[in-house]
Write a protein that binds this ligand. Structure first.
Ligand code: AHR
Length: 307
């Protein structure tokens, strides 16, 4: 007991061709579509025979998708676990089947499953920091003396929703001007964000800040605000995370203040990390992705590369 040996992880042979599993969570937003495309584009250059599934927004389906990949004999698994707990049994079964697993973009509950022991590594952003940076921008740029915040949370139980909430809430708690009057899940989806915002506007007509855990919900919230006669960018400050094309356009149009980048382009990093692992190099438990920040200062410059 005690020491956990890295050798406990399944090894990966050096070969020209790999059967690679990528078990996507859902495909209802441009971020997810860009991430899937990044894996598909990388397949050609990295020698992957790609097995791709789409869980359609169901953690149970994602578990079944991983099980079916295990049965098909994939060499390596890339997994963005839709929620932190339900995917853990699938991660454990992949390990038991001798399949090295890399979590991409989302993580699992670290009290139960650990990088370097149960899976090789987590490749992804620091979501707490993203939330903190959204809050920092708000604190610096909010002009009024009373900020009434509505927070639109991502998928309940997902690592980005948990961590983006923590990072933001902790940072704004330090500034007495702000209060978060409602915090509700919009499941990272545009239409859900719009509906939740519509409902919250009834109870909180005085809202003047919206923090959305992703751009799709921010766009949905902007639609709801405009339908209610509000002027996002003028009487409501909207802050968000991702860096989609529509969000950069909303910044250019003056409707959104900031979006903290969360890059979906994981294919090249996945290829690189997998090859290093096969070559016997040590892989850090967290391969961190560095994120930029988009505001009216640079949105026009970056919209051409957005998705
Ligand atoms: O896990 C990353 C988040 O998932 C992105 O911010 C969001 O748009 C996606 O659905």
């Amino acid at each position: 007991a005690g020491m956990v040996l890295a050798q406990d992880l399944p090894a990966l042979a050096v070969k020209d061709k790999y059967k690679v599993g990528f078990a996507q969570t859902e495909s209802n937003n441009p971020w997810r579509i860009a991430q899937t495309k990044s894996f598909q584009d990388t397949a050609a250059t990295c020698g992957w025979d790609l097995v791709l599934t789409d869980a359609g927004g169901s953690a149970a389906k994602q578990v079944a998708d991983v099980d079916s990949m295990i049965a098909q004999g994939i060499d390596v698994l890339f997994l963005p676990p839709r929620e932190e707990s339900p995917l853990i049994p699938a991660v454990m079964r992949a390990k038991a089947a001798g399949i090295p697993t890399f979590l991409v973009d989302r993580s699992v509950d670290p009290n139960v499953a650990q990088a370097g022991r149960d899976y090789v590594s987590f490749l992804g952003s620091d979501f707490i920091d993203q939330g903190g940076r959204a809050a920092d921008w708000l604190i610096k740029n909010f002009k009024g003396d009373k900020g009434v915040i509505v927070e639109l949370e991502g998928t309940t139980g997902s690592s980005p929703a948990n961590d983006r909430k923590k990072g933001f809430d902790d940072a704004v708690a330090a500034d007495a001007r702000f209060s978060i009057v409602a915090s509700r899940s919009g499941d990272f989806a545009r239409d859900e964000g719009r509906k939740v915002m519509e409902t919250l506007l009834q109870a909180h007509a005085d809202v003047n800040v919206v923090y959305a855990h992703n751009d799709e919900m921010a766009i949905g919230a902007i639609q709801a605000l405009e339908a209610a006669g509000r002027k996002p960018g003028e009487d409501v400050t909207v802050v968000s995370i991702d860096g989609t094309r529509d969000a950069l356009q909303a910044i250019i149009d003056g409707k959104m203040g900031v979006t903290v980048e969360s890059s979906p382009f994981f294919g090249p990093l996945a290829c690189d990390t997998m090859k290093k692992y096969a070559a016997g190099e040590k892989i850090e438990p967290w391969v961190k992705v560095e994120d930029r920040i988009f505001t009216k200062e640079n949105a026009a410059e970056h919209i051409g590369e957005a998705y």
